[in-house]
Design a protein around this ligand. Sequence first.
Ligand SMILES: NC(=O)c1ccc[n+]([C@@H]2O[C@H](COP(=O)([O-])OP(=O)(O)OC[C@H]3O[C@@H](n4cnc5c(N)ncnc54)[C@H](O)[C@@H]3O)[C@@H](O)[C@H]2O)c1
Length: 440
Amino acid sequence: MKHHATIERREFLKAGTATVAGTLLAPATLGQALAGDTKSVRIGSVGVGGRGTALLRTLLRMKGVEVPAVCDTNPAAATKAQQMVVSSGWKEPTLYTKGEEDFRRLMDRADLDAVIIATPWEWHTPMAVCAMKAGKYAGVEVPAAITLDECWELVKTSEATGVPCMMLENWSFRRDNLAVLKMIRAGLFGEIVHCHCAHSHNCMHWYFDAQGRPRWSGDHLLRRNADQYPTHSLGPVMSWMDINCGDRLDYVVSMASRSLGIKDQLERKHGRDHAPAKLPYKQGDIVTTMVKTARGNTIVIAMDMQLPRPYDNRWQIQGTRGLYNEQRDAVFLADSPGKAENWEPFGPYQEKYDHAMCKDAPGAIQGGSHGGTDVIELREFVAAVRAKTQTPIDVYDSVTMSVIFPLSERSIAAGSAPVKCPDFTGGRWKTTKPKFAVES
Ligand SMILES: NC(=O)c1ccc[n+]([C@@H]2O[C@H](COP(=O)([O-])OP(=O)(O)OC[C@H]3O[C@@H](n4cnc5c(N)ncnc54)[C@H](O)[C@@H]3O)[C@@H](O)[C@H]2O)c1
């Protein structure tokens, strides 16, 4: 078994290093992704709590995807996932439940092509690094990294091994966002100069358990004051603004509001004497980050996850000839005949610019659940694993979205001082052509 793994890995790395050092593999074409190739792909599932279980359910519906190994420190969660695999008609997967480091035994298996990581944040980078070193594609939940050092570790490991690492940022695959991307590429908004985006989602149910005690995610609210969840907002903006393929994030300036929402929501739900309500949460309620890009464009990113409110992303992208506004579900196009100074409904543009990826994924526009976005992102990830090509979101894009977490923290701590964003691509952003969701 080991011998087989070594050969396979060597061939794989050969394919990976056939390109210029550091550029990794070429992206799969959309044709490859949709070709319906069902060559078996073997994926290990690491972390099968809320999100990991949802991803596993989607994976098990895909033709040719096998899950021979499941890892979770909670044996009950692992067993539940094991039963899901068996009910889908597959052989019982091996379980890895012997503590926090047991994922390493799973990564050592010779029969896995990839792993999906959906664990608490501090495990994302160690697990993805371990996967890449073992020659397995890493599909890692958001954010891929939570410190600057971790961002670099992911980049350096992916470059050294030639193995891709994709952060599973599902909002990059939303149907409306992909149509907007096509409109931008068709030049409808002219030259892009600015974008606004937000992750506005009251996540108290996710930060705290039913008794109102901080979960692992809630612990981060105690320890850090930052945009702790920047990737859902920034996901589609990456390709809209050619980040890492023509432009790059240059520096950020962040500001955090007072921290009142956690205490207020906990007290209202659990009473004034509730001990966790009295803890000193560092995290401000609303964190606003401004980004200046190398090309001179600007991005506003808002994190708003501890105040009661309906879900919202507030995407707005603006150029010299018009803009798209997600909240209004509308566009304004300066060159649209007879429409001067008025918003137009986005619906007809959605139809006209619908992306090929979405054609057979109904519900890919958000609506409470993740709709079809998980189907599209996992299908694209699996297609890349199967074809041994680059993933649609590569390691550079994964860390660029994630790095807003530590950079915003530094800026806030320094009284909103500008903080430089590293160039993870080593200058290649200048020559790399847009590759995300390019239709052939
Ligand atoms: N993309 C999305 O829309 C989305 C939605 C929700 C959560 N997430 C992300 O998914 C990840 C998981 O979140 P969740 O809500 O499922 O959390 P969760 O607490 O429900 O699940 C985490 C699981 O990981 C297990 N675990 C912890 N340490 C482990 C270790 N060392 N080895 C193996 N298993 C371990 C836990 O036992 C648990 O079952 C987070 O990174 C979160 O940000 C993404």
